[in-house]
Every structure is written in structure tokens, then in C-alpha cells.
Design a protein around this ligand. Structure first.
Ligand code: SF4
Length: 449
């Protein structure tokens, strides 16, 4: 993503920084933080390579295709501008970057905000003085999402060691942000017009484990650094709160009543990755000793509107046809609403690379196709049950082409949409009631009421 320019100007031109942000929402939040700091120091942000004094590329290093995309983006920035600073997940492997692009000015890793900003200072020194009235930074900081939703990162790093994942080696162990800081940021975002907060981390349900759930303070009152207390406090802000990357630890049960009461969105994004106990063990996945299917049933009894989203990996080393069939049967039982599926591919540095039983590519492809077909039928049938119902829809786009929004069941970018017909004008960020008239595999269609 190339970053939109901020048009603010002071008398003496401020140094200009070009910015390219790649990767997941967590990386996007890192980009927002770096940009906010640079704007605070008076830098201009430009969407063009041309005329930029330096270009920062925030890379993704999660899988090999993301690394290739990152290297390509660095190459493009070097060719177009020549002065390039690399940061983000791929920055932990400096030699992999310098082998291909030896002329980059500096390489820093994820969350190394100070180092990135220092490298920008070296390449393009900041104005010695800047006018705080002209170089204004909004109180909520620079946001790269549309004005009506924002990612709220509650922690960094992860205490687990899933065998296919290199995130802990890139981002370190879990470090929870102070709950008062998280809530104050959420409050600033809401004051700035945000209507939907997307809570993200590597492991949202582990929030506070590292600080033993200690109490922090928000608006003068104590709040525990713990997922359910955080959710209860966020619900007071009167906007949508959506939870991502939740593992099914027992205390997740505590947020279901908040969902049933309409205080936070009835939506859980749980990356199950597989269902076969043998494969899950080889993956070293957290929190799967619990009887997940029984818990899903209980959650749905308590909160019938609950949407469950998940991702899965097929073709993990050692996965047999029996394991795969177990997964399909589990999917039939679990009746998840939204599902993504990836074919396993080795990630450099991940322990799973050493596992026996590599699954041939054609078997991976065949299992992926069977999985998708199986799940599409489930998702489509679940969407059909929503026809005739009235739902709240948050509008993302309203143009001559049409009106597109999302319901509580749809996270931006990854889930479906609701296509709306309305006699009245509606604007992005408005919340309207819609009667659902039709559905397909992914999306709903309806009329504004
Ligand atoms: S929970 Fe597993 S997959 Fe997720 S970041 Fe931690 S180690 Fe990686």
C-alpha cells in the first residue's frame, strides 16, 4: 500500500518521506506509528517516489511469497528513488535483503520504531524548527484505514511456538500494552469518527498474561489487563468492537455474554488451523486440548448470532487422508461462517521444515479444492438463513456504482460485503438497518429500511 500524501505545508519545505506498507494489519499499525512520529517531527509524507528525500519500505516476511513481494517493492523503490530504508518483519534477516539489494541505506526489524526514525533522520535530517500549528498531527495519529474503522493493537509478540511460524523469532515474546494506553487510544479514535475498532495482536486471548493481568487505570478507575475486562471497557465507547486472533482458552467464554448483550460484536476470529489432534500436536498449537466443538455449541446457544471465522492449513507434513477427512467431518460439525484455507508451504527458519511426511503438491492442491468446496456449501447455507432478517450495516462505500457495507459478521478486507439499495442518500461510516433479500456464497444483498 502506498500512503496518501498529507497536504500540510510550512514555509520552508519539509523533508519528504515516501512510504510503502506491506503485510498484515499488525504491520499496518507499525506503519501508522512510524508515520505519526515522522509527521510529529514535521516530515511530509508523499505517495510518490519522485521528489521523496527517502523512501521507507515496511516489509512482510511471513511466507516466502510475501518475502518475494517485499524484495520486489524494495527493488522498485531503489530504481525509482535510490534512497531506501527497510523495516518490518523481513528486516530480521538483513543478509537476505542485502544479498539482493546491497545499496539499501538501513535495515531494521519489526517494532524498531526509533531505529527507523533515526535512519530517516540520517538520510533526510528533520527541519530544525517546525510550526506545530501547521505541522498538525491529529490526536489519534496517522491512520491508514478509512476514517470509520481502525485497528487497535493490544500487544506485541507471542509466547507460543507453533512449528510452522517464525513470528515469535521476529517479534519476540508477548508484551501487552498497558490497558490504560489501549483504552485511551480507542477513545481518541472514537472521538475522531471511528465507528468500528478491530482488536488485533498475535494472540488476543493471552492479553495481560505477561503482566499477570495487573490493573491499570483508565479515566481514573482500575481496569485489569485482561481480554474480558478490556472488552467490557471498550463496549462503553458505543462503537463496534470486533475481536481478531482469539485462541479458545477457557476465559474466552467470558466474552460471549458481552456479545449476547450486544455490547461487542458477536464475532470471533479463531485461527484453528486444523482439527486432527495428531496434526495439531505436530503444529504445536495452543489451547486445543479443550473440547472445542462442545464449546462452540455452548457459545452458539448463549449467543445465536455469533459469527465464527477461522483459517486452516491443509497438507501440513504428516497429514494423512484420514487426518484430512477428520478435518472435513469437524467442519461439518463446527459449521463455521467464514473460513480461509492455505496449502502448507515451508517458511525459512520454521521448525516444521524438519518434520517427516511432506505432502506432495498435487495432494495439497486436491485437498485444498475439496476443503474449499466443502466449506463453501456450509458458508452459503449459513448465509441463506439470513434472508428476510433485519440487520445493522456499517457503510464502507457509497458511490454512483452502489452502496457497499458490512454486517457484524463481516470484518473489512477478509469477509463478505452487504450490497445495499437505498432510496435515501447514505454516506461511508453511517450505520443503517437493512432487510436482507438475497445471499450467495460470500455476500448479502438487501434494502435499506
Ligand atoms: S500463536 Fe502460533 S501462529 Fe500465532 S503468532 Fe504465535 S507462534 Fe505464530
Amino acid at each position: 500500500m502506498k500512503i496518501p500524501a498529507n497536504s500540510t505545508q510550512s514555509k520552508k519545505p519539509a523533508p519528504k518521506v515516501g512510504f510503502v506498507s506491506l503485510g498484515c494489519p499488525k504491520a499496518l499499525v507499525d506503519s501508522e506509528r512510524i508515520l505519526t512520529q515522522l509527521r510529529t517531527e514535521g516530515y511530509q509524507i508523499t505517495p510518490k517516489y519522485d521528489g521523496a528525500d527517502v523512501v521507507v519500505v515496511n516489509t512482510c516476511g511471513f511466507i516466502d511469497s510475501a518475502k518475494a513481494e517485499s524484495l520486489e517493492a524494495i527493488g522498485e523503490a531503489l530504481a525509482e528513488n535510490g534512497k531506501v530504508i527497510v523495516t518490518g518483519c523481513m528486516g530480521v534477516d538483513e543478509s537476505a535483503i542485502r544479498d539482493v539489494h546491497p545499496s539499501v541505506l538501513a535495515v531494521t526489524g519489526p517494532q524498531q520504531y526509533e531505529q527507523v526514525v533515526r535512519a530517516v533522520h540520517d538520510a533526510a535530517p528533520p527541519k530544525t524548527t517546525h510550526d506545530p500549528y501547521i505541522d498538525l498531527v491529529p490526536p489519534q495519529g496517522i491512520k491508514l484505514t478509512p476514517r470509520h474503522y481502525a485497528y487497535l493493537k493490544i500487544s506485541e509478540g507471542c509466547n507460543h511456538r507453533c512449528s510452522f511460524c517464525i513470528i515469535p523469532s521476529m517479534r519476540g515474546d508477548l508484551v501487552s500494552r498497558p490497558v490504560g494506553d489501549v483504552l485511551s487510544e480507542a477513545e481518541r479514535l472514537v472521538k475522531a469518527g471511528v465507528k468500528e475498532l478491530l482488536v488485533i495482536s498475535q494472540d488476543t486471548s493471552a492479553y495481560g498474561v505477561d503482566v499477570k493481568y495487573r490493573s491499570g487505570f483508565w479515566n481514573g478507575r482500575p481496569v485489569k489487563t485482561r481480554m474480558s475486562e478490556l472488552c467490557a471497557a471498550l463496549s462503553e465507547l458505543g462503537v463496534w468492537t470486533r475481536l481478531h486472533y482469539v485462541y479458545p482458552y477457557p476465559h474466552v467464554d467470558e466474552v460471549i455474554p458481552l456479545m449476547a448483550q450486544g455490547k461487542i460484536l458477536p464475532y470471533l476470529d479463531i485461527p484453528f488451523q486444523h482439527a486432527s489432534p495428531k496434526v495439531l500436536k505436530a503444529m504445536k498449537r495452543p489451547a486445543f486440548e479443550d473440547k472445542t466443538l462442545a464449546r462452540i455449541q455452548r457459545w452458539r446457544q448463549e449467543c445465536p448470532d455469533l459469527t465464527l471465522r477461522s483459517t486452516f492449513i491443509v497438507g501440513f507434513p504428516g497429514e494423512t487422508e484420514e487426518d484430512f477427512q477428520y478435518l472435513l467431518d469437524w467442519m461439518s460439525e463446527a459449521q463455521l461462517d467464514r473460513v480461509g484455507c492455505f496449502q502448507y508451504s515451508p517458511v525459512q527458519g520454521a521448525p516444521a521444515n524438519a518434520l517427516d511426511g511432506a505432502v506432495p503438491d498435487e495432494v495439497k492442491q486436491e485437498r485444498w479444492e475439496r476443503f474449499m468446496e466443502h466449506q463453501q456449501q456450509i458458508s452459503a447455507a449459513r448465509l441463506q438463513t439470513r434472508i428476510g432478517r433485519e440487520i445493522d450495516v456499517l457503510i464502507d462505500e457509497a458511490t454512483d456504482e452502489g452502496i457497499v457495507g458490512r454486517s457484524s459478521a463481516d470484518a473489512p478486507e477478509i469477509d463478505g460485503n452487504v450490497y445495499v439499495k437505498s432510496q435515501r442518500p447514505v454516506s461511508p461510516g453511517s450505520l443503517i438497518r437493512v432487510r436482507v433479500t438475497d445471499a450467495d456464497e460470500y455476500d448479502l444483498y438487501g434494502d435499506a429500511i
